[in-house]
Design a binder for this molecule. Structure first.
Ligand code: SF4
Length: 288
């Protein structure tokens, strides 16, 4: 497939869109929350977040100083050169937007200065026979990423065990992932796949429906539990702790019940480009 634009340019556009414009669904959720929160502190926090997001979009600047680690998902048709092109786009975006250089050697803590390095950016590949190449980016800040949790539950813990673990992980995180959050949950698979699914779930817009009715019900129950906890915006009290819970599942070993939580902060930044021979379409979310 001949691409109408260099992938490098598309990646710069994606990182600019994700970092400077809050996805519409999160904007609506913030406005709705500001309408129903009655507490003064919760109202002030939501007002500050909305003001900040508006200014970022207006000025074309990142909405948070932690512009995150670039995590990419590539779907459809592509060849192996796409990794190099994505890396070039990350380097250019770091310079031009600008993005904070966040990528360091985990042991020496030496910063590469361009958000690149061994294993960086992180790219997940999902080849299909579709006549498009789809690239999604989910810049992930440390405040929320550091709250990631994995449990290898006992199968006998069942759904109640899953719920206890998810609610416990979000409440233990408190204000550190900058609530209101979106809570990504992976259930099943192996330990590594489970954590991947929890993060993939954050790409889905808040209003996208889970096609699995059992998971949709569980999402709703967890959403109610989290928002009746009183944690609230920025962990300072209120009834808006999370905008949504998004769950993905995979079959697992008969003796395992892996559960993972990956939290997206209020600034859950996401952007997707679908590239076909006739052009590039941008959106701010994708259901993988
Ligand atoms: S958790 Fe999100 S909003 Fe909070 S500092 Fe990190 S990136 Fe920014």
């Amino acid at each position: 497939m001949r691409l109408p634009e260099p992938v490098e340019d598309v990646v710069v556009n994606l990182l600019r869109l994700a970092n400077t414009k809050l996805p519409t669904d999160i904007g609506w959720a913030l406005e709705a929350a500001a309408g129903w929160e009655t507490g003064e502190i919760a109202g002030i926090q939501l007002g500050a977040i909305m003001e900040n997001a508006k200014k970022a979009e207006h000025l074309g600047l990142p909405m948070c100083q932690d512009t995150g680690i670039p995590v990419f998902y590539v779907r459809g048709r592509f060849d192996s050169s796409i990794a190099k092109d994505i890396a070039k786009g990350v380097e250019r975006a770091t310079e031009s937007i600008p993005l904070r250089p966040n990528a360091v050697d985990p042991l020496t803590r030496v910063n590469s200065g361009n958000n690149l390095g061994p294993g960086m950016p992180i790219i997940h590949y999902m080849p299909t026979d579709d006549e498009f190449t789809e690239i999604s980016v989910l810049p992930k800040g440390a405040g929320s990423e550091n709250m990631t949790r994995l449990a290898m539950l006992n199968p006998s813990d069942g759904i109640e065990g899953v719920k206890r673990f998810v609610v416990g992980a979000v409440l233990d995180a408190g204000g550190r992932p900058c609530p209101p959050t979106i809570v990504g949950v992976g259930i099943g698979g192996t330990s590594d796949r489970c954590v991947e699914m929890a993060k993939e779930a954050l790409l889905a817009p808040i209003d996208s429906e889970n096609p699995d009715p059992d998971l949709a019900r569980l999402e709703e129950e967890l959403f109610m539990d989290l928002n009746s906890s009183g944690l609230g915006p920025m962990g300072l009290g209120g009834s808006t702790t999370s905008f949504a819970v998004k769950i993905r599942k995979a079959y697992c070993h008969t003796a395992s019940l892996p559960v993972a939580v990956n939290i997206g902060c209020w600034a859950t930044r996401r952007a997707t480009a679908r590239i076909t021979e006739s052009g590039v379409e941008y959106a701010q979310g994708a259901v993988l």
